[in-house]
Design a protein around this ligand. Structure first.
Ligand code: FRU
Length: 527
């Protein structure tokens, strides 16, 4: 069942791509992957199921792969959990712990894990041409799965009804299961309710709104306190969109609002220009409307982000697929292709009268390479100044990821830029720079290395950045083939893939057009 695209890859290319394998991001050992699925914490393990092609390194034969981790950084891959067959492919979905044994698949003492996934029916099926929601369950803590004989449990006779995310909702009239899914081509999130996960009642729908030029996929809905205040709960509705995201192609947007068990109502502050304005078909106003949407990530490579269920202490953790459908099947690696983003802890915070998500990578649990990884220049205590000059940072060490953390006052500088994974003179490098005149953070991979494998790959992304008390605060995670940037304490995130040429290991900080004060700067190697 392997595809022709896969067969076309030269064997030598496979060997050369080992050096792109990330150190701290999840990749499947030797297959394709896309969306994270069924993220659940159970029995001391984080379970990451994922869209995989068990037979190749391009999209196809969709099944759920499986990996587990105790710390969201070190992953163990397990056999395929839910496999495609002659009648269906297993598209994206979620997993819940059925504590009350509402489904009858487990017992009151030993709850089943229940997967709610999309059956993408093949021609051999009586349901051919439709996508519907189905169940599978595990009574051994997620290691083996059985499909429910009564599948599908929810159909709309639609060809594009998919990506169910199910969660337990406690309302005034008791508890129930809520499903959020999409009618992808109608840019609608649809909401359903169930007592037993098997029979579902339609509640409402939401959309189109904000970024609505492409298909809506992989939604999620969860409550969070604003700035930790339990009396100020808001609901976050994640809606992934492809194409039509802010950096082009695939991306994740979110809305903040209220959910009353039936309907999601967005806050005014989370809506961009009204649909009427965008419908004018004027590309400049469409572009500026996109800038007003709330984006989980302003880069090219963060898609299908959804959150874990059942994480203790009310923590909310999301993972995205670090890729973009514009070129996903063509990344220059094989037989593995694609990785996940780092797990990101998310919170809500009030910003200028609106409510915004902030994200930080989950990095606890990683050993650092210690002081040897820190260049002498960085051991200066206290602030120092750079004026139209540069500072060499420690080289990237193959096999390790690097975390660069900086707190910089750009002062009079026109630009403050990190040249990452560069060659000796930075003629090849990934550039991450603050452009003072534009007030934007720019991630430019046009000269990052191999960009020729697809015409849409070469790109520069940017996002509006508001200095915090005059400071630019960056946390940059570089891991072989990716750069993830968490700016301004996680209020702004950009993620891009990069494929540096062999030997591009230099890193430097370059200040141009004036003077900047470096208040702190650390570089840590992680392996
Ligand atoms: C998103 C997506 C989902 C679908 C899955 C199929 O990337 O298109 O909508 O369920 O991938 O692999």
């Amino acid at each position: 069942m392997s595809s022709s695209l896969d067969a076309a890859l030269p064997e030598t290319a496979h060997a050369e791509t080992t050096r792109f394998r990330p150190a701290i991001h999840f990749t499947a050992q030797d297959t394709w992957l896309n969306d994270p699925n069924g993220l659940v914490y159970y029995g001391g393990l984080y379970h990451l199921f994922f869209q995989t092609n068990p037979y190749g390194s391009v999209w196809g034969n969709m099944s759920w792969g499986h990996a587990t981790s105790t710390d969201l950084l070190h992953w163990t891959e397990h056999p395929v959990a839910i496999a495609c067959d002659d009648s269906e492919e297993i598209f994206s979905g979620s997993v819940v712990v059925d504590y009350g044994n509402t489904s009858g698949f487990g017992t009151a003492d030993e709850p089943a894990l229940v997967a709610i996934y999309t059956s993408a029916y093949k021609d051999a099926s009586e349901h051919r041409g439709t996508q519907a929601q189905s169940l599978a369950y595990s009574t051994d803590a997620g290691m083996t799965w059985r499909k429910y004989h009564g599948n599908p449990v929810l159909t709309r006779n639609s060809a594009h009804f998919r990506d169910p995310k199910v969660f337990r909702y406690e309302g005034d009239s008791g508890a129930c299961w809520i499903m959020v899914a999409v009618e992808a081509q109608h840019q609608k999130v649809v909401f359903y309710r169930s007592a037993d996960l098997k029979s579902w009642e339609f509640l409402s729908d939401f959309g189109p709104a904000n970024a609505d030029a492409g298909e809506w996929e992989c939604p999620d809905l969860f409550p969070l306190p604003v700035d930790g205040d339990p009396d100020n709960l808001r609901w976050v509705l994640i809606v992934n969109v492809n194409p039509g995201a802010v950096a082009g192609g695939s991306g994740g947007q979110y809305f903040v609002g209220q959910f009353d068990g039936v309907r999601f109502v967005p806050d005014a502050g989370s809506l961009a220009a009204p649909a009427g304005v965008r419908a004018l078909g004027d590309s400049a106003s469409a572009e500026s409307a996109l800038q007003e949407c709330l984006w989980l990530d302003w880069g090219r490579d963060c898609y299908a982000s959804v959150s874990f269920s059942n994480v203790p202490d009310g923590r909310r953790i999301i993972i995205g697929w670090m890729n973009n459908w514009d070129y996903a099947n063509h990344l220059p690696t094989a037989p593995w292709r694609s990785s996940m983003t780092l797990a990101r802890g998310v919170r809500l915070t009030a910003v200028d009268g609106s409510t915004r998500l902030v994200q930080q990578p989950v990095l606890a649990g990683l050993g650092s390479a210690g002081d040897a990884a820190v260049a002498p220049e960085l051991l200066r205590t206290g602030a120092f100044e750079l004026q139209d000059s540069e500072l060499r940072l420690p080289d990237t060490v193959p096999g390790s990821a690097q975390v660069i953390e900086a707190d910089i006052l750009p002062e009079s500088a026109e630009s403050v830029a990190f040249h990452l994974s560069a060659n000796a003179d930075s003629s090849s490098a990934t550039m991450l720079g603050y452009d003072a005149a534009a007030g934007r953070l720019v991630l430019d991979r046009r000269l990052s290395g191999d960009t020729a494998f697809h015409e849409k790959f070469s790109s520069a992304e940017s996002a509006p950045l508001v200095l915090d008390g005059g400071a630019l605060k960056l946390r940059i995670v570089v891991d072989h083939c990716s750069v993830e940037v968490f700016a301004q304490d996680g209020k702004l995130v950009l993620t891009d893939l990069v494929f540096p040429h062999e030997g591009q290991v230099r890193n430097r900080l370059v200040v141009g057009g004036g003077r900047a004060i470096i208040r702190s700067l650390t570089v840590t190697a992680l392996n």
